[in-house]
Design a binder for this molecule. Structure first.
Ligand SMILES: Cc1cc2nc3c(=O)[nH]c(=O)nc-3n(C[C@H](O)[C@H](O)[C@H](O)COP(=O)(O)O)c2cc1C
Length: 214
C-alpha cells in the first residue's frame, strides 16, 4: 500500500471541534454507520418511554450485552427518562428500527414532558415483552429484552451536563419470521437504518461477504 494521505486536517477536541475549513463538527460523520437502539423503558409509575440512541451497540455475544449512552439532560432538566427509568426499574427493551419505521423513530426523539408515552405519540403498537415489563414495538422486525447491569459516567465534557454509558444484558431476543431465510437473518429483508453525521442516515440494502484468512 503506498497511498499514504499527506494532507490531513487535525482536530484537537480541547481546542474546538470546528477549526477551518469545517463549518460543522465532523466527528459523528466519521464514525459511521452507527446502529440505532430504540430504547423502550418504563417508569415505576408505569409510563412507557421510547427514544432512539445512536451511541449504541452490541458489545458482546456471550454474555449477550448492549450499551447505549444518554448524553446531556432532559429538556425539563435532570437526566433523560431512558436513564432514570432503567435505573429505577432495572429493565429495558432495545428495539431495532428499520427503514419502514424511520419517521416514527425520529419522532420519538422529540422533547416531550416526562409523562408522555412516545410509543403512543408515534402511533406504534406496544406488545408485551416475555421477561421484562417495558413493551417492544409491534411493528419492528427485531427487539432485545434487557436487564440493566451497570451505569458508567463519562469524563466531563465541554457542556456542564453529565453523560453516561448504560450497559444491559440481553435476556430475550425477538425476530420476525419475515426476515429469517434459510436459518439466517436476511439483512436485506430487515433493512435496518443507521445514523450517519448531521441529519443523515443510511439503510443497509447491499452486503458482501469476506471469509477470514484462517
Ligand atoms: C437517530 C437519533 C439518535 C440519537 N442518539 C442519541 C444518543 O445516542 N444519546 C442521546 O442522549 N440522545 C440521542 N438522541 C436524542 C434522544 O433520542 C432524545 O434526547 C430523547 O428525547 C431521549 O430522551 P428521553 O430518554 O428523556 O426520552 C438521538 C436522536 C435521534 C433522532
Amino acid at each position: 500500500m503506498n497511498n499514504v494521505k499527506d494532507k490531513m486536517l487535525f482536530i484537537d477536541p480541547a481546542v474546538g471541534m470546528k477549526p477551518p475549513p469545517f463549518t460543522h463538527d465532523p466527528l459523528k460523520a466519521l464514525v459511521v454507520p452507527r446502529p440505532i437502539g430504540w430504547i423502550s423503558s418504563m417508569s415505576a409509575a408505569g409510563v412507557v418511554n421510547l427514544a432512539p440512541f445512536s451511541y449504541f451497540n452490541l458489545v458482546s455475544g456471550d454474555p449477550p450485552c448492549v450499551i447505549y449512552c444518554p448524553t446531556g439532560d432532559h429538556a425539563d432538566g435532570g437526566a433523560k427518562d431512558s436513564l432514570l427509568n432503567v435505573q429505577e426499574t432495572g429493565e429495558f427493551v432495545c428495539v431495532l428500527a428499520n427503514y419502514a419505521l424511520r419517521e416514527q423513530m425520529v419522532l420519538t426523539s422529540k422533547h416531550v414532558p416526562r409523562n408522555v408515552d412516545e410509543m403512543a405519540l408515534a402511533g406504534l403498537t406496544p406488545v408485551p415483552s416475555v421477561k421484562v415489563k417495558p413493551p417492544r414495538v409491534g411493528e419492528s422486525p427485531a427487539a432485545l429484552e434487557c436487564v440493566f447491569r451497570q451505569t458508567i459516567e463519562l469524563p466531563p465534557g465541554r457542556r456542564p451536563e453529565r453523560n453516561y454509558i448504560v450497559m444491559g444484558e440481553i435476556v430475550g431476543i425477538h425476530v420476525s419470521e419475515e426476515i429469517v431465510v434459510d436459518g439466517k437473518v436476511d439483512v436485506r429483508r430487515m433493512r435496518p437504518v443507521a445514523r450517519l453525521g448531521y441529519d443523515e442516515y443510511a439503510v443497509i440494502d447491499d452486503v458482501f461477504a469476506m471469509p477470514r484468512p484462517d
